[in-house]
Design a protein around this ligand. Structure first.
Ligand SMILES: [Zn+2]
Length: 282
């Protein structure tokens, strides 16, 4: 839609991609990181089996890749500051600052009272074009599947969920299900139906070898769940719903350290500082 329409009838409240203002940053820095794959060294890799969770620490200044190693599979991503898990990914503010779906050069922001980019997305092999239904990939509209919702909607006891996978994955880091938060659904296509604005999902378009890559702006603990609904080509809800285990695939996690020269000029972002929120200025 033409920008003039937006200007006349609605406001882009927080970020106008064409007038980025104080949210602007050096895209060339991240482009160079994405392109200079020879200038990186793999320091960690792991295959996350189907229907499971995995958590791993990442040093600031490193690059993380989540890889569809066998084909389509959606995954739920959580992020915390490695040394302070109260600072964690804030999906709602990221939606406002970036968009309801994210791709290269979008940033994932932390919650209050911090509000800084935790990661910047450096590469994304999935299409950014909307589907015929208006769906887009890498979803910030929804959240994770969880056993409470299955119980509520279906009166079913089902402990194979992303919420449970993430909770188990972070237990070795002394975190628990209260630390699990709204996710980024990587490789997941979603949208809102135009009549009721009800959330819909479409099968993941990822193919073997597709990846989603980001640069860690601060020290992180990352966790993903390989969603028990697999590639979302079938939905296992309700009495007739078949268990979609055949549509589940593992995902790869890779971490790379960059040559010092690549990081020249970069420093981890600082949290936003304000005067106390507990006192009025009057
Ligand atoms: Zn799930």
């Amino acid at each position: 839609m033409p920008l003039s329409w937006v200007r006349m009838t609605a406001m882009r409240l927080y970020r106008d991609p064409e007038v980025p203002g104080r949210l602007d940053f050096d895209r060339g820095f991240y482009r160079r990181i994405a392109e200079a794959v020879d200038g990186r060294r793999r320091v960690h890799d792991h295959i996350v089996p189907i229907r499971s969770g995995y958590a791993w620490p990442v040093k600031a200044g490193s690059v993380v890749r989540i890889v569809a190693v066998e084909g389509p599979q959606v995954c739920d991503l959580n992020l915390w500051h490695r040394d302070n898990p109260r600072e964690r990914f804030w999906a709602a503010r990221t939606r406002q600052l970036q968009g309801a779906h994210v791709t290269t050069f979008d940033r994932l922001w932390s919650c209050l009272p911090y509000l800084r980019p935790m990661v910047t997305i450096t590469n994304d092999t999935l299409s950014t074009e909307p589907t015929a239904n208006g769906g887009r990939c890498h979803d910030l509209l929804g959240s994770r599947c969880d056993p409470y919702l299955y119980k509520l909607l279906d009166d079913r006891d089902y402990d194979v969920t992303c919420h449970a996978n993430l909770s188990r994955a972070i237990a070795p880091y002394h975190l628990n299900e209260l630390d699990v938060h709204d996710v980024l659904n990587v490789f997941q296509v979603t949208g809102l139906d135009p009549v009721h604005e009800i959330y819909f999902m479409e099968p993941s378009p990822a193919i073997k070898g597709d990846f989603f890559e980001f640069f860690a702006e601060i020290d992180l603990l990352c966790a993903i769940s390989t969603c028990p609904s697999g590639d979302l080509s079938e939905w296992g809800w309700g009495p007739e719903g078949a268990d979609p285990v055949a549509n589940c695939r593992p995902l790869g996690v890779e971490v790379y350290e960059l040559e010092g020269e690549m990081l020249k000029g970069w420093t981890p972002p600082e949290p936003v500082r304000v005067k106390s929120v507990y006192q009025t200025s009057g």
